[in-house]
Design a protein around this ligand. Sequence first.
Ligand SMILES: CC(C)(COP(=O)(O)OP(=O)(O)OC[C@H]1O[C@@H](n2cnc3c(N)ncnc32)[C@H](O)[C@@H]1OP(=O)(O)O)[C@@H](O)C(=O)NCCC(=O)NCCS
Length: 335
Amino acid sequence: MQFYRALKMQSISEGRYSIVPIRMEDRYEIMNWRNDQMYHLRQVKPLTRENQDTYFDTVISDLFEKKEPSQILFSYLEDDKCIGYGGLVHINWIDKNAEISFIMDTSLEKEHFEFHWTNYLTLLEKVAWEDLNLHKIYTYAFDLRPRLYVALEKAGFGLDSVLKEHCCFENKFIDVKIHSKLNNEPKIRKVNTFDLQKTYSWINDPNIRMYSFNKDSVTLQDHAVWFFNTLENPGREYYILEVNGVAAGSIRFDFDNEQLAKINYLLDPNFTGKGLGTYLLEEGVNFLKINRPLVKKVYGWVLPDNIASIKIFEKLDYKKAVKESSEFKFEKTLK
Ligand SMILES: CC(C)(COP(=O)(O)OP(=O)(O)OC[C@H]1O[C@@H](n2cnc3c(N)ncnc32)[C@H](O)[C@@H]1OP(=O)(O)O)[C@@H](O)C(=O)NCCC(=O)NCCS
């Protein structure tokens, strides 16, 4: 395997998927995918094997030794099989931003486009935030593939700008859309399979358990069953708070009916005391309203000694509905 001098972590894995420094052996597969997908790439004619060999021998081989290369490219693997490639390109080391590039095996696009984009972004964000400490990453896309925006928005990217009629495609001028994500903003996103371990660590954390209604400890196996059921459960919405690309807390809504949902939220103890609990409840409910527009009311139960949570509900104008009890109920009608 080649090594990037610019990186501390050479490969990043989540389950069966990983990104590793771009591998010479994957070059012809990559060439084929690029040729299949020329319509959305900045590539004017099909690549030949000779073109690809020259590119790897001249441009790519130079990237590994550089302290600040203009691009860092990876092979995207399922187990050890390359099923895509991409990386951070046009890296601006002064302004700390970079463009994201990615293409997957063309045969995967029809059924698994969103899954692999989301997966790949999770891996690449670790490089961007944790290793390179970039401030902003973005995609630059000809406005041809609406499915891409679904994957980007799921991963917490927002539409940054639209460059009107910026490129000529089949004799028509079309827009370019730039989606971006910043390093320093807390974000709420939907939970995904990669959150299994982190959410499990929260369940048994004594600081969090202290304020739970159910104080029994939970095995990883039990949690996994619950977690994967929850991902599929239409009666639940489960979100993660992310700070600098790291999962910092969660908020879950269990629906009694389509208009009424019960709240459960928690912060990783490393992130308490910074106002993030308040942010999580407020923005979690805002995100819920986007995903479930029919929801009218939310409520949460709190133990009387959970002063931080009581303060948060009060600060966000929740009404205390049950006063004389060993548990407090806070509820809010949503506008
Ligand atoms: C509840 C929880 C999310 C709060 O996190 P947090 O980081 O303290 O949240 P914030 O920083 O937004 O603080 C909320 C308020 O509580 C105050 N507070 C925090 N801990 C406190 C304590 N032990 N005693 C008194 N006030 C406290 C803060 O000063 C802040 O008040 P302010 O806005 O007037 O300054 C976190 O403690 C947690 O995860 N607890 C376990 C799970 C839980 O209880 N969930 C809620 C049940 S549904």
